[in-house]
Structure formats: C-alpha cells, structure tokens
Design a protein around this ligand. Structure first.
Ligand code: NAP
Length: 286
C-alpha cells in the first residue's frame, strides 16, 4: 500500500481505527476522520510511532452534518491530488429518534447520506487514481429491512432496529448503484459485513443497550475483536485478489449474497435520486 492514499471515516474507534492501524502498517498514506480531535491525534501518534515519518493526518468532521461533510471533502481535496481508497466506515445507531443539524433522522444522515455526499464529492479524486476502491461497511442487519425509508426515518414511526437495518440497506443499495454507475471506469465499489465486533457501536444509547448488542454476538460465540473485524475491509483495500471486482458484498474475505431487496435496481435508483435531493447535489457520477 506504499504511496496509496486511503481515506477512512469513523477512524477514531472500533473497526475504522483497527483498519487505520493495519493499513498504516502496510505503508499506506492515510487521511483519518472522526468527530473527536483528541482521539484522532492519539491515533496519528500511534501510527507514526510504528512508522515515522508516516503521511497520516486526522480531519475532524461530523458526517451527519452536510456542511461539515463539504468542509471535509474540501480539506481532503487540498491535501491530495487523488484518493486510491475511500473507506465509508463511520456508523451509529440511535435508540430514539434524533434529528440531525439538517433535520434528517440521524441514523440515515450519518450512515448513508454523509457517505453518499462524501463519495460523490470525491469522485473526481477517485477517478484521478490509477485504480480506486470505494469500500462501504454495511451489516447483516440490513437483512430484516424492507426499504420503506420515508416511513422508517419519520419521528412518528421510529423504531431503532428498523432505522439501523434500513440505514445499512441504504449502504448496500448505494454500493451496488455506485458500481453500476461507475462500470467501465477504474473505480470499484464493494460492501463489507464485518460480523459481530466488540466496539463502541451503540454505546451512545447507554450501557444496557450497548451490552444487548455485544451480548447477542457473545452468546452466539461470534463476537470478534476490532482487529479481526477490520480484516475484510483491509483485504478489500489492499488485496490483488479483488482487483477490478465491483458491486459485491463480502464477509470474512469471501463474497456473500445480500437480501433480495438490496438488489432491487429500481429502489436503488429511487434512493439515489432522493439522496441527491436531500444533499442538494448534482449527479457527479454522470
Ligand atoms: N460492531 C459491529 O458488530 C458491527 C456489525 C456490523 C456493522 N458494523 C458497522 O461497522 C462500522 C464501524 O462501527 P464500529 O462497530 O467500529 O463502531 P464504533 O466503535 O462506535 O466506531 C464508529 C466510528 O464512527 C464514528 N462516527 C459515529 N457517528 C459519526 C458522525 N456523526 N460523524 C463522524 N463520525 C461518526 C465514531 O466516531 P466517535 O468516536 O466520535 O463516536 C467512530 O469513529 C459502522 O458502519 C457499523 O454500522 C458494526
């Protein structure tokens, strides 16, 4: 990965942090993002301690705030001429309805719209790379989601499980639609299910809620460390085995099937169009 510029969202904790350390160890140049300056600075020091003078920078941004995503994209653009790997990893779940600064439900705003906006704003930088890879961290939780996005993300009908599942379904629809729109270019778009990983996901909802998530995987004896959880992300970012592979969903470094609805092309197009409207974007992928 020497000389490859990798951008990782949600690098201050869990899977994103572990992916940053692993890719840093492989010699990648890194732009790491998250909301917490001190955690970001600590991570930069950690990577530079192993590999000085590594080209590693942290940029603070809240992905649920569209103005901050635009500022993040502008800051990335001034730092690098191209982006070889974009890892859309940041994610959150909310037990109760919470509107974002843009008055959009926060799970959808963070997990889907923030990454939709960031990816499209960086498309020309991805196109400038010899061969670029966009990797989006989805989840097996998408499997129970029905894709009724408008209803799911309204305050009156909010259900935490449906909100998270649908945000991850949106991730997958975005991954596949991006792959279709980028067919014939040198940019690939793939998704990852990291498995059940012992991270801080859901900790914002309180200890019991967080333990419910961890306990579910622990009881099934499927709980893995962040380092293990990051392995498929790093594989997709770095392995020659997936060169040119696009529009696929991976678990434990193997391609797997996602739900039927995640592959509904008409639904993915509708999501794309509404995401463009909600972010006020022109279609950069054309
Ligand atoms: N853990 C699992 O079992 C599991 C399973 C399937 C999929 N996933 C997915 O894996 C990805 C990584 O999650 P994780 O498990 O590593 O959780 P985590 O430890 O909570 O890490 C999440 C990262 O996303 C960042 N983030 C959250 N909200 C953000 C926002 N509004 N703006 C910018 N950054 C934000 C967090 O930053 P802060 O430090 O500021 O909070 C943190 O760096 C997520 O997409 C999640 O859905 C996880």
């Amino acid at each position: 990965m020497k000389g490859k510029m990798c951008v990782i969202t949600g690098a201050t904790s869990g899977i994103g942090r572990a992916a940053a350390v692993q890719l840093g160890g492989l010699g990648a140049d890194l732009i790491l993002t998250g909301r917490d300056e001190s955690k970001g600075a600590e991570l930069v020091r950690r990577i530079q301690r192993d590999r000085a003078p590594a080209n590693v920078h942290f940029i603070r941004a809240d992905l649920s705030v569209q103005r901050e995503v635009r500022e993040l994209s502008a800051a990335i653009r001034t730092r690098c001429g191209r982006v070889d790997v974009l890892i859309n990893n940041a994610g959150a779940r909310f037990d109760t309805f919470r509107p974002s600064a843009d008055d959009i439900e926060s799970t959808f705003a963070t997990n889907h719209l923030g990454h939709f906006l960031l990816t499209l704003l960086l498309l020309d930088k991805l196109k400038a790379a010899e061969a670029a890879r966009v990797i989006t961290v989805a989840s097996g939780a998408h499997g129970s989601a029905h894709g009724d996005f408008e209803r799911t993300f309204r305050a009156e009908s909010y259900d935490r499980k449906a909100a998270y599942g649908n945000s991850k379904l949106a991730n997958l629809m975005f991954v596949y639609e991006l792959a279709r729109r980028l067919r014939g270019t040198k940019i690939t778009s793939n998704a990852v299910d990291p498995g059940g990983v012992a991270t801080n996901l859901g900790r914002n909802n309180g200890f019991m809620s967080w333990m419910r998530h961890i306990g579910y995987y622990a009881l099934k004896r499927e709980l893995i460390s962040p380092g293990k959880g990051a392995e498929t992300v790093v594989f997709l970012a770095s392995s020659a085995a997936v060169e040119g592979v696009s529009g696929k969903y991976f678990f434990r470094k193997r391609e797997i099937e996602s739900s039927g609805i995640s592959k509904d092309e008409a639904a993915a197009k509708r999501l794309w169009e509404s995401s463009l409207r909600m972010t006020g974007l022109d279609d950069h992928s054309k």
